[in-house]
Design a binder for this molecule. Structure first.
Ligand code: NAP
Length: 252
């Protein structure tokens, strides 16, 4: 029987794959058989070593994703270097922490640019290439618990991640009929650079752990199964869904 989770022969473009969740996702997709195009501004040396050790092809496409400017070049580079894109994982993201009373325009724009604007325009560029070649594909957006909750001191992050959920649903509505699956993963609290400030704050760290039924912070490898599922034929009839991978946080 064919394995519906097999990604052999597919190319996955993963943004922000040099570290954290993006690295965990890139390695999981490679374990399932995919070659990986890692897009970002920092050299993904460790990710490259882990992906190539699995016998998969790997390309680093250097780009800063704050603006729309590099988007078409990224898609073209993936086609030139790995022959095309079958899976897009919009993972790159950033966060600014400040009281709402003190939040600046820069705090707002820096987060919305990478977390939302580039996610949309990269999805658009990849989907245009799929529609032009009359084929489908898989888009997986990385949302957050703050796609559902308000959070505190992270105004632009909450705005961006709430919007990621809305845009995921909108794109699913427009593109499901074209054979393009657009879905999201909502990670809970994972031990990465993004959450270092929280983990270093003893009070916040204890409060967060107290609410997680699994009783621990997530490890990037914990996202692998959800990423493979939403990138594979196993999810061909799944559109506009958000899959929490949160140790039970939302169930509380
Ligand atoms: P991370 O370790 O800080 O990784 C963030 C990634 O995004 C890095 O590869 C970073 O590249 C890249 N990035 C940020 N700004 C960029 C820009 N302007 N241009 C290009 N690349 C950029 O954090 P993470 O936790 O793995 O975050 C990955 C995603 O998961 C984000 O969307 C985040 O919001 C989301 N998320 C994380 C958690 C969590 O608990 N950790 C929970 C929910 C959602 P550099 O290394 O070059 O900065």
């Amino acid at each position: 029987m064919t394995n519906p989770f097999d990604l052999g022969g597919r190319v996955a473009l993963v943004t922000g794959a040099n570290t954290g969740l993006g690295q965990g996702i890139a390695v999981a997709l490679a374990e399932a058989g995919a070659d990986v195009a890692a897009v970002g501004r920092s050299a993904p040396t460790e990710t490259e070593a882990r992906v190539t050790a699995l016998g998969r092809r790997f390309a680093w496409i250097e780009a800063s994703l704050d603006t729309h400017a590099p988007v078409q070049g990224v898609v073209d580079a993936a086609r030139e270097r790995l022959g095309g894109i079958d899976i897009l994982v919009n993972n790159a993201g950033t966060i600014r922490r400040n009281d709402a009373l003190d939040f600046t325009e820069d705090d707002w724009d820096a987060v919305m640019g990478v977390n939302l604007k580039t996610l949309f325009f990269l999805s658009q560029a990849v989907a245009r290439s799929w529609v032009a070649s009359k084929r489908g594909g898989k888009i997986v957006n990385i949302a957050s618990m703050l796609s559902f909750q308000g959070g505190i001191r992270v105004a632009s992050y909450t705005a961006s991640k709430s919007a990621v959920l809305g845009v995921t649903r909108l794109l699913a509505n427009e593109w499901a009929g074209k054979g393009i699956n657009v879905n999201a993963i909502a990670p809970g609290y994972f031990a990465t650079n993004n959450t270092e400030a929280l983990r270093n704050d003893q009070t916040r760290n204890a409060a967060i752990l107290d609410r997680i039924p699994a009783g621990r912070w997530g490890d990037p490898a914990d996202l692998g199964g959800a990423a493979v599922f939403l990138s594979s034929a196993a999810s061909d009839y799944v559109h506009g869904a958000v899959l929490p991978v949160d140790g039970g946080w939302l169930a509380r």
